[in-house]
Design a protein around this ligand. Structure first.
Ligand SMILES: [Ca+2]
Length: 464
């Protein structure tokens, strides 16, 4: 690997290792999964380094628009997040983790399917006026884990279509309590009632009282964990905060140095603490992988040392925190500087559950268990592509990132940034590295051959 950057040195040592994910056709996937529930146990446990009598519970906490610089363990001075910081101290923190998109819907599509959102067609932000959503053919993480015998819940924001056929309980989740899209989207079925809170497929509150949303999501999460303590369970806690309009409970208002935005993040952090406490009280700590991340870069928050924010393919739009904790499996205080993405969480979780990813479609996510567990090892370098709607605008390989489009603009010449030396993407060094440019262009051409026909390159005429 290249010498560590200033950024890398600040975060600690590097972490590397190779892995393979097994694959099988979709039909076979569903058939074998349905009949092999009893056999899940050993595979999942061994995979992360120790045997277990059942596969691990998985808690995946996803924030909305939380930036790379919005946690104290990622350098925030205005927002104190002691519980997420403790997760990092007793688990692993990633410095180079990316969402697969700079906005909500495609990011969540990639997270839950392990595929670049262009493959599922979910490339733009859905709202109450849209009639589209996730296709029945997609296999979500909820579906894959349910097939492995998991109880599955989504608590919080879905954003993969709000019509009944697109809702979470039709796509692998046993239960849902939350909002179908973003918290700034009013109107249930374009009606006058404002942003709806749903349980299952019923609207139970409209407009939802957003002040208490994070609190109630936390309480629902704890209830789900308690009810399913005999596991295995998968809890996908998708907070609506700190997306605008930002809200926090009364007891958290004024609690941070970061205004209401900071208060909202600190309430989320409190919720993390409550969930960890619940796992400990129930004796589930050592059999539960807890992860904390965000769907895209900041709108009202901070991207820290990164350039740009939400909607952009600069690092600030797509590089997000990832902290993971699993006592006894993940070494304490481990910092991973390897590139990884939220699509990898799909493959990693399915593999942990003893399953295999479907082989009848491209799956972009990799099994990154070694990055969680093996300090000083790395995975084979791979290119990562930055898409805005259906348009590929940048590619990353190793230290190099090349931009070919920005917003609606196609760049006249590609720009090249050395992320090891210039994480803020300030100095275009394209003219010094024609060979790197040629290599990255070849990687783009090869990747685009496998994409649906609507994929474009450069400026995106589509809006989110
Ligand atoms: Ca978002």
């Amino acid at each position: 690997m290249e010498k560590p950057s200033e950024h890398s040195r600040r975060f600690g040592t590097s972490d590397l290792s190779a892995s393979n994910s097994r694959a099988m056709p979709r039909r076979e996937f569903l058939k074998r999964s349905a009949t092999a529930v009893a056999a899940v146990s050993i595979l999942g446990g061994e995979a992360l380094g120790a045997g277990g009598k059942r596969p691990p519970n998985i808690v995946l906490i996803n924030c909305d628009d939380l930036g790379y610089g919005d946690l104290s363990c990622y350098g925030s001075k205005k927002i104190a997040t002691p519980n997420v910081d403790a997760m990092a101290r007793t688990g692993v923190k990633f410095s180079d983790f990316h969402s697969c998109a700079p906005v909500c819907t495609p990011s969540r599509a990639g997270l839950l399917t392990g595929r670049y959102p262009i493959r599922s067609g979910l490339t733009r932000v859905l709202g109450p006026g849209h009639r589209t959503g996730i296709n029945d053919d997609e296999i979500t993480l909820g579906e894959a884990l349910k097939q492995r015998g998991y109880a599955t819940a989504i608590i919080g924001k879905w954003h993969l279509g709000h019509e009944p056929r697109f809702l979470p309980m039709r796509h692998g989740f046993d239960c849902w309590y939350g909002i179908p899209y973003s918290n700034n989207m009013g109107g249930w079925k374009n009606g006058p009632d404002g942003c709806p809170l749903m349980r299952g497929e019923d609207v139970i509150e409209a407009p939802v009282d957003q002040d208490t949303l994070t609190l109630r999501y936390t309480e629902e999460s704890i209830r789900f964990i308690r009810e399913h303590r005999n596991g295995p369970f998968f809890l996908y806690l998708a907070h609506n905060m700190p997306h605008n309009p930002v809200h926090a409970s009364e007891r958290f208002r004024g609690s941070s140095k970061g205004k209401l935005y900071g208060d909202a993040v600190q309430e989320i952090d409190w919720g993390v603490g409550e969930i960890l406490k619940t796992l400990k009280d129930l004796g589930l700590e050592r059999n539960t992988l807890v992860m904390f991340t965000s769907d895209n870069g900041p709108n009202g928050g901070s991207a820290g040392c990164l350039r740009g924010g939400k909607t952009m393919v600069f690092e600030g739009g797509m590089r997000v925190p990832l902290v993971a904790r699993w006592p006894g499996r993940i070494p304490a205080g481990h910092v991973c500087h390897e590139p990884a993405s939220n699509m990898d969480l799909f493959t990693t979780c399915v593999t942990l559950a003893g399953g295999s990813v479907p082989a009848d479609r491209p799956i972009d996510g990799r099994d990154i268990r070694p990055l969680f567990t093996v300090p000083g090892r790395n995975m084979e370098e791979y290119p990562f592509f930055y898409l805005r709607t259906s348009y590929l605008q940048a590619v990353r390989f190793g230290r190099w990132k090349m931009h070919v489009g920005r917003g609606t603009e196609t760049l006249a010449k590609p720009e090249l940034y050395d992320l090891d030396l210039d994480i803020g993407e300030k100095r275009d060094v394209a003219k010094d590295h024609p060979d790197i440019i040629a290599d990255l262009q070849a990687k783009i051409a090869s990747f685009m051959k496998g994409l649906p026909a609507e994929a474009g390159l450069g400026g995106s005429p589509e809006s989110f």
